[in-house]
Design a protein around this ligand. Structure first.
Ligand SMILES: Cc1cc2nc3c(=O)[nH]c(=O)nc-3n(C[C@H](O)[C@H](O)[C@H](O)COP(=O)(O)OP(=O)(O)OC[C@H]3O[C@@H](n4cnc5c(N)ncnc54)[C@H](O)[C@@H]3O)c2cc1C
Length: 403
C-alpha cells in the first residue's frame, strides 16, 4: 500500500500507546482517543514479565521502567485474627525471572505517553460513540460531536471496551465471570508498611494493603467471592460501598478500620473479576487489543504483559501486511496460544483468595514451609512458563519498506 494508513486507537493506557508507538515507527498516521481528561496514573503495582520485558527493551524503555521498580521485599499472609502465617518473596508468589519488572502502573502509562505524545495525535476527554465500518474506511462519530474517517480503528479501551460493544456486540457474550469482585482504593499507611504487602484471608475473602515503596499511603484492596453480576445492577460508588461493607461486616482485626478508610477514599474503583474470551479479535476494519480483546483478570497477573506484547504484535503484523485482513488473521494466529496459556493462570487453585477452609489451610501450610522456600518460585513456576511461551517476532527488517 503506497499511501500512509490512518489508525484510530481508543484507549490511552498500556495497549493503546504501545500500539501507537510501533505504528508510528512503521509509518502510520495515529490518533489516540481517551475518555479520561489525561493519562490515568494510578499507582497499583503491575508486572512486566517474560517476552513483555523484551518488548519494552525494543521500545527503548527498559532502563526508565527498571528504575521505577517497586522493590517489594515481602508479602505476608495473616490469618483471621491478624496472626502472621508466613512471608514470601514476590518472586515465590507470582513467579519471576530476574529481569521481570514490578512497577507502579502510572510509571508505565506515563512513560508510554511521553514517548508518543510528540508523534501521535491525542484526543483526551472524548470517546467513540458510533462506528460505520465501510469497505474503504471507518466513519467514526465522537462524543464531542465530530465525525472523522480512518483506515482502521483499534479498541484498546479495556475490559468494558466501547469499541468491542459497537463492533462485536454486547459485553455479556465475551465476559467470563471468575466468581469474585474487588474494591480498590488508596488508604493511609497506618501500620508503617515499607516495600511490602499484607494479605489477610478468611475463606472466600481477602484484604490487602500494599505499600509500593514507603510513604504515608498504601494501595488497599478488598476481594471476595461473588455470583455473576445481574443485568442492570448499579455500579455506582454507593452500591460498591454497601456491598463491600455488607460482605466484610463481621470481620475482625483491621477490617473495620479499612472499611472506614474506604468510606472516605476519593479513588474507589470496583469491578467483577472477569476475563474476556473471544473467537475473533477483528471484524472488517476494526480490531481489539489488550484487555479489550483478552483481559486475564488480576488473578493471572499477566494483563499488562499481554497488553504490551499484543500491541507490539498487532503493529508489526499491520506493518508487514498490505492487507489489514491478513494482518489481523496473522495477529491472532501469532498470539492466541500465548493469550490462552496466560488466561489459564487465573483458573487454577487460587493462592490469593482460597475459597474453602481446606484450600486456605493448604495455602497456609505451604507458606509456613519458610524459610526453606523464600527463594523458591513456589507458586509462580506456571507464571514464568506462560510469560515466556511466545517467541517474539522481530518485525524490524521489514519496516523500511513501510515508511
Ligand atoms: C486492581 C487491578 C490490579 C491489577 N493488577 C495487575 C497486576 O498485578 N499485574 C498485571 O500485569 N496486571 C494487573 N492488572 C491488569 C492491568 O491493569 C490490565 O491488564 C492492563 O492495564 C491492560 O491494559 P489495557 O491498556 O489493555 O487496558 P486498560 O489499562 O484498562 O486501559 C483502557 C483505557 O481505555 C480508556 N477507555 C475506556 N473506555 C473508553 C472509551 N469509551 N473511549 C476512550 N477511552 C476509553 C480507559 O480510560 C483506559 O485509559 C490489574 C488490574 C486491576 C484493575
Amino acid at each position: 500500500m503506497s499511501r500512509t494508513r490512518s489508525v484510530l486507537i481508543s484507549g490511552a493506557s498500556v495497549a493503546g500507546p504501545t500500539l501507537a508507538f510501533w505504528l508510528h515507527r512503521y509509518g502510520f498516521r495515529v490518533t489516540v482517543v481517551e475518555t479520561a481528561a489525561g493519562v490515568r496514573g494510578g499507582g497499583y503495582p503491575i508486572d512486566l514479565r517474560g517476552v513483555a520485558v523484551d518488548v519494552v527493551r525494543r521500545t527503548g524503555l527498559l532502563d526508565r521502567l527498571t528504575a521505577t521498580r517497586t522493590r517489594t521485599r515481602r508479602i505476608t499472609f495473616v490469618d483471621a485474627d491478624g496472626e502472621p502465617v508466613g512471608s514470601l518473596s514476590p518472586a515465590a508468589l507470582t513467579g519471576g525471572a530476574a529481569e521481570d519488572i514490578e512497577l507502579p502502573r502510572g510509571s508505565l502509562t506515563s512513560a508510554l505517553h511521553d514517548i508518543t505524545r510528540d508523534d501521535v495525535e491525542y484526543l483526551f476527554d472524548d470517546s467513540v460513540t458510533a462506528l460505520d465500518d465501510r469497505v474503504d474506511g471507518v466513519d467514526v462519530t465522537f462524543r464531542g460531536g465530530t465525525h472523522r474517517t480512518f483506515d482502521l480503528v483499534i479498541g484498546a479501551d479495556g475490559l468494558h471496551s466501547t469499541v468491542r460493544a459497537l463492533a462485536f456486540g454486547p459485553e455479556e457474550r465475551y465476559l467470563h465471570h471468575l466468581g469474585y469482585r474487588f474494591t480498590g482504593f488508596t488508604a493511609p499507611n497506618r501500620t508503617d508498611l515499607d516495600h511490602e504487602a499484607v494479605i489477610w484471608n478468611v475463606p472466600g475473602r481477602m484484604t490487602t494493603r500494599y505499600a509500593v515503596g514507603h510513604s504515608d499511603h498504601v494501595h488497599a484492596f478488598f476481594a471476595f467471592t461473588s455470583p455473576p453480576p445481574t443485568a442492570g445492577e448499579p455500579h455506582d460508588r454507593d452500591a460498591t460501598l454497601r456491598l463491600t461493607e455488607r460482605t466484610f461486616a463481621t470481620d475482625g482485626w483491621q477490617t473495620p478500620q479499612l472499611l472506614a478508610d474506604l468510606r472516605t477514599a476519593t479513588d474507589v474503583f470496583s469491578d467483577t473479576v472477569s476475563q474476556i474470551r473471544m473467537p475473533t479479535w477483528s471484524t472488517g476494519r476494526v480490531a481489539l487489543t489488550g484487555d479489550a480483546a483478552h483481559a486475564t483478570s488480576f488473578l493471572a497477573g499477566q494483563g499488562t504483559s499481554l497488553a504490551v506484547v499484543g500491541a507490539y504484535v498487532l503493529a508489526g503484523e499491520l506493518a508487514t501486511h498490505d492487507n489489514h485482513t491478513d494482518a489481523f488473521t496473522s495477529y491472532r494466529r501469532t498470539l492466541v496460544d500465548f493469550v490462552e496459556r496466560n488466561q489459564s493462570l487465573a483458573l487454577g487453585p487460587n493462592t490469593l483468595i482460597p475459597k474453602t477452609r481446606t484450600a486456605l489451610w493448604l495455602r497456609n501450610q505451604t507458606t509456613r514451609l519458610l524459610p526453606l522456600l523464600t527463594k523458591t518460585n513456589l507458586f509462580g513456576h506456571n507464571v514464568t512458563r506462560a510469560a515466556t511461551s511466545l517467541s517474539l517476532p522481530d518485525y524490524t527488517p521489514k519496516t523500511a519498506e513501510h515508511r
